[in-house]
Design a protein around this ligand. Structure first.
Ligand code: SF4
Ligand code: SF4
Length: 385
């Protein structure tokens, strides 16, 4: 059994998806833990109502292939997620339709229709000692994290661990950005959620990834792979490598490393498959310089002052591309810091209030909000590819 398996998958042809998934999963421990009657939740990525070809969501062909593998064992399969926005039947069912995931019903799965939420107490957490989550997860004997490999404005990358932030009900997500404005704490909160829900298996749809202005408005980029692991963190370490990041660049990976979940480098993993052949040297990433900001933290007075100056100089910001903005006001509604006002149907950001959570960038339906890096950040952190 390998730590991670990466298998070529050139397209979303159903037979190819199934073959690639089977090879990836069987080389990372298989799914014999699923028996007749096991209640399996597939926590997919349905970040927003976006069509599958845009590569923002886990592709329905992949989901169907996995559902087939599980349903053949006689298990009870539910597919669910909490997209950004209102967590209710009308809204989420609309997203099921747009994202094409209704297909899974033809393969024996149910789409989650329980839109209640629960409160969790997690005293062992480093950051999120209490939080709200989507109640349907309580009905699972096991959770499979089925993520998408994407660039991400705030966190650098969205893959296995970040996908589990989707356990938080949509409307509450921006509040969590406000509650944990320190990026390291935000990453710690995400790893806490992973620790609480403990997905037994993580699979990444990296056939078509998303590069550039991710996680919702970037550009599809062919990677041609399916990746599986019993550890979402080890899977993430490999995913990062494929698109040009190291552990130091992604705060959730740093947090996972500090908790002893991953080795120092991707090369130290036992990987099934020729991962080097899937590395994309010119993958367009959005580096928000979290690692540089983190490194600038210091406990001395001089260090704190220097850190603040450095942090300001390095801070990436959301920036409006006016020509692409349709004035819908979604950024204004989701901004947890109330840093946006609408002037003449265009958002104006109060930089003194902005906490750089990039919710406005993530939820802009037109991709009009971009991540802007300062010149010094580009020089120090490497020019964004
Ligand atoms: S969400 Fe996007 S399109 Fe809508 S007002 Fe904000 S920037 Fe403009
Ligand atoms: S303006 Fe954008 S990045 Fe700044 S706090 Fe509001 S949503 Fe977050």
């Amino acid at each position: 059994m390998s730590d991670v398996a990466i298998i070529g998958c050139r397209s979303y042809d159903s037979a190819e998806c199934r073959a690639s998934l089977e090879e990836a999963v069987s080389n990372t421990g298989g799914i014999d833990f699923i028996k007749k009657g096991t209640r399996v939740v597939i926590k997919t990525n349905l970040v927003a109502g976006i069509k599958p070809e845009k590569a923002a969501t886990t592709h329905p062909a992949m989901l169907c292939a996995l559902v087939d593998m599980i349903a053949e064992k006689g298990a009870d399969v539910v597919v669910g997620d909490s997209p950004g926005g209102i967590y209710n039947s009308v809204y989420v069912n609309r997203i099921y339709s747009i994202a094409g995931v209704r297909e899974v019903e033809k393969h024996g799965a149910r789409l989650n229709q329980n839109f209640s939420q629960s409160a969790a107490s997690f005293p062992g957490a480093r950051v999120a000692k209490s939080f709200f989550y989507t109640s349907y997860l309580d009905d699972a004997d096991c959770i499979i994290d089925f993520c998408k490999l994407k660039s991400h404005g705030m966190m650098g990358m969205s893959a296995g661990a970040k996908n589990m932030f989707g356990v938080v009900p949509g409307i509450i997500k921006p509040e969590y950005h406000y509650k944990y404005p320190n990026p390291k704490d935000f990453a710690g909160m995400i790893i806490d959620l992973n620790d609480y829900f403990k997905p037994v298996l993580t699979i990444c749809d990296a056939v078509e990834g998303m590069e550039g202005n991710g996680p919702t408005a970037g550009t599809p980029r062919h990677i041609g792979a399916v990746i599986a692991s019993r550890s979402q963190h080890k899977l993430d370490l490999l995913c990062a490598k494929l698109i040009g990041f190291e552990k130091e660049d992604i705060l959730t990976l740093q947090e996972a490393y500090e908790r002893g979940y991953i080795p120092e480098k991707c090369e130290m993993l036992d990987i099934y498959g020729d991962y080097k052949s899937f590395i994309i040297p010119d993958y367009k990433i959005v580096t928000s310089n979290r690692s540089l900001l983190f490194k600038s933290n210091s406990k001395t007075v001089l260090g704190k002052l220097t850190g603040r100056v450095v942090a300001r100089a390095l801070k990436s910001e959301p920036t409006l591309k006016k020509s692409e903005c349709v004035g819908c006001g979604e950024c204004f509604r989701v901004c947890p810091a109330k840093a946006i006002i609408m002037v003449n149907k265009k958002p104006v950001i109060d930089r003194s209030k902005c906490i750089a959570c990039f919710c406005c960038q993530e939820f802009c339906p037109k991709g009009a909000m971009k991540v802007k890096r300062t010149l010094i950040a580009r020089v120090l952190g490497g020019v964004s590819k």
